[in-house]
Design a protein around this ligand. Structure first.
Ligand code: PEP
Length: 258
């Protein structure tokens, strides 16, 4: 697999952290550190809704792009508490995390709603970061590939080959998220390669080769270089370590050098 066929992407997922002044402070610290990644590695901060406008303004004219952490699939209407894709693009948001395991686990997100949200995001010109990953007991039962194949097929149902090139897949084993337990680089590579093979079956090899596949799950400054050295691991979705500018930058630099 030729990594140069696709864009390396390092994205922070801030989760429910940071007030607006804190968000500006963190982005102001990150911007100069990652400026050298421009043209080589895409750097993204996915931030809470309340921080989006502040984040877009703070990163204007820089190589740091801003993403949201969710999006609703309807354009407008009686969906209290939800935010539409048009509302995000209107303020300059470019990416959106969809189907994060915390959304699936705590907020009833299903593959059907992940698919609807993904299609709505693409239709509005947002680039979805679609999260897939197995539970620990699914890995222990040796059904990781079945689980991942099912998620990929359902989450990308009816997404065209042209559109899927704007989708980022984040492989996030649920047992590794926020737990300090990282998949080994070989485990990450094995599943990311399986995801690419699944994409090749659904679409074709050239399309699969063009899709960026990230690893996420306790990636940090100390393990990023090894994970990112793998041929099917094109980037990272970073939770905890994205809240510290120096750690996040170390991961970005690992991608620049990888
Ligand atoms: C995440 O939130 O997507 C994530 C991978 O979190 P962490 O890096 O903290 O495990």
């Amino acid at each position: 697999m030729n990594k140069s066929l696709r864009k390396a992407i390092i994205a922070g997922n801030w989760k429910m952290n940071k007030t607006r002044p804190e968000a500006k402070e963190l982005l102001d610290a990150i911007k100069p550190l990652v400026a050298n990644a421009e043209g080589n590695v895409e750097v993204i901060a996915c931030v809470p809704y309340t921080n989006l406008e502040t984040a877009v303004a703070a990163t204007a004219g820089t190589n740091v792009k801003i993403g949201a952490e969710n999006v609703h699939f309807e354009k407008s209407g009686a969906f209290t508490g939800e935010i539409s894709a048009d509302m995000l693009t209107e303020i300059g948001v470019e990416y959106v995390v969809i189907g994060h395991s915390e959304r699936r686990q705590y907020f009833g997100e299903t593959d059907e709603t992940v698919n609807k949200r993904t299609k709505a995001a693409l239709a509005a010109g947002l680039k979805p970061i679609v999260c897939v990953g197995e539970l620990l007991w699914e890995r222990e039962c040796n059904i990781t590939e079945e689980v991942i194949a099912r998620q990929i097929k359902l989450d990308l149902y009816d997404v065209s080959a042209d559109d899927v090139k704007n989708v980022v897949i984040a492989y996030e084993p649920v047992w590794a998220i926020g737990t300090g337990k990282t998949a080994t680089a070989d485990q990450a590579e094995e599943v990311c390669a399986f995801i690419r093979a699944t994409l090749a079956k659904i679409y074709d090899v050239a399309t699969a080769d063009a899709v960026t596949i990230q690893y996420g799950g306790s990636m940090h400054a100390g393990n990023a270089a090894e994970l990112l050295s793998k041929s099917n691991v094109d980037g990272g979705l970073i939770g905890g370590a994205s809240l510290k500018a120096a750690d996040f930058n170390t991961i970005v630099q690992a991608a620049v050098n990888g």
